[in-house]
Design a protein. Structure first.
Length: 355
């Protein structure tokens, strides 16, 4: 197995140079299990566990290996087992906020070149959901491509494409049907040897079906969606890095029913570049785009150049990110306080032991 076929590059080689020593080599994480990792190496596949030092130093889930990571290992070839000692710096990291109340990121996959944002053209089609996925893509530093699956079920394909184009100018939009195997040839430029693709979308949009078509075999389990609302069940239960016949690599991810954003102001501006551009010509610098005189955004809505639901989505996501930022600041302050408390307790304990 050639490392370049797994996505190895000069950038990763440069980072590995400081770890290069007899007995150490690199591998790429294919699957993450609770207590072990499935890896791709030059000599084949193996199972690995974390070194005690790496596990002890990990302060958050982002400090542990995830699917797509390049890791430094000590390999025991006769056993086809290894120990992971380091994670090489990531080229890209796709994360979302942990579902529920904790204010923390949930890493999804690393070192992705392109993310396929998949939306199904059925009852569950939503441009607002696509906006949220775009926000995650820009934040991760990954190039997004929007796939409109189940095109064979869409009664007005041109209108659906136009709706997506209005919120994603300049982003490739590819209509296709995974079950009918139509439109798949348009994906070829992204499936080149050594390039990594991640599939992202809600349950039932056809991620596993598309993966099977690209693999040329039924590797991923698929299920039908409910006819009433086109909602699907979670058939993919874990993330996995798969090698394609084309030489590319693909990561199928479990469907997300709730898209918890984890992003910054720059990603919001990138996702809503049209509104940001209009806002620059508003009369007031701190315009809220509500009832202020000289608001260029409201004028665009009145003239039919901007969908009001687009502005509503922008304002909603802006509020979410501001709230997330405030909670994140509080969390970091509490973590810093806890860290110094632990240090002071340790110093006091050593002082008592000394005397």
């Amino acid at each position: 197995m050639n490392l370049s076929q797994l996505g190895w590059s000069d950038r990763f080689a440069q980072h590995f140079s400081r770890f290069a020593a007899p007995g150490y080599t690199v591998s790429r994480v294919a699957i993450v299990h609770p207590d072990q990792y499935h890896l791709y190496t030059e000599t084949g596949e193996c199972v690995a566990t974390l070194s005690g030092k790496l596990r002890h130093q990990a302060a958050s889930p982002e400090d542990l290996p995830i699917v797509g990571d390049w890791v430094v290992i000590r390999l025991r070839e006769t056993e086809q087992r290894a120990t992971i000692h380091h994670i090489l710096p990531r080229q890209s990291l796709f994360s979302r906020k942990v579902a529920g109340s904790p204010t923390a990121p949930q890493p999804i996959a690393a070192n992705i070149d392109t993310v396929f944002l998949i939306s199904a053209l059925d009852h569950d089609f939503s441009v607002r959901r696509i906006e949220r996925y775009l926000l995650l893509a820009w934040e991760s530093g990954v190039n997004p491509v929007i796939l409109l699956n189940k095109a064979d079920l869409c009664k007005n394909l041109e209108r659906s494409i136009a709706a997506v184009e209005s919120i994603a100018p300049g982003i490739p939009i590819i209509p296709l049907s995974a079950t009918q195997q139509t439109g798949l040839e348009a994906l070829s430029p992204y499936l080149q040897p050594g390039k990594t693709i991640a599939l992202l979308g809600s349950s039932g949009v056809g991620k596993s079906t598309l993966t099977n078509q690209l693999l040329g075999q039924s590797r991923q389990t698929v299920r039908s969606v409910r006819q009433a609302d086109s909602k699907g069940k979670h058939t993919t239960t874990h993330r996995e890095l798969l090698r394609l016949p084309s030489g590319g690599l693909i990561i199928d991810t479990p469907g997300m029913r709730e898209i918890q954003v984890w992003a910054g102001e720059d990603s919001l501006q990138e996702t809503f570049a049209d509104i940001e551009s209009l806002a620059e010509t508003c009369r007031f610098r701190d315009c809220q785009h509500d009832r202020e005189p000289g608001c260029a955004v409201q004028m665009a809505i009145e003239q039919g150049r901007l969908d009001p639901s687009r502005l509503f989505s922008y304002q909603k996501l802006d509020r979410e990110l501001n709230y997330l930022s405030r909670k994140q600041d509080v969390r970091l302050q509490l973590e810093e306080k806890a860290k110094w408390k632990k240090i002071h307790q340790s110093l006091r304990q050593k002082g008592r032991e000394r005397y």
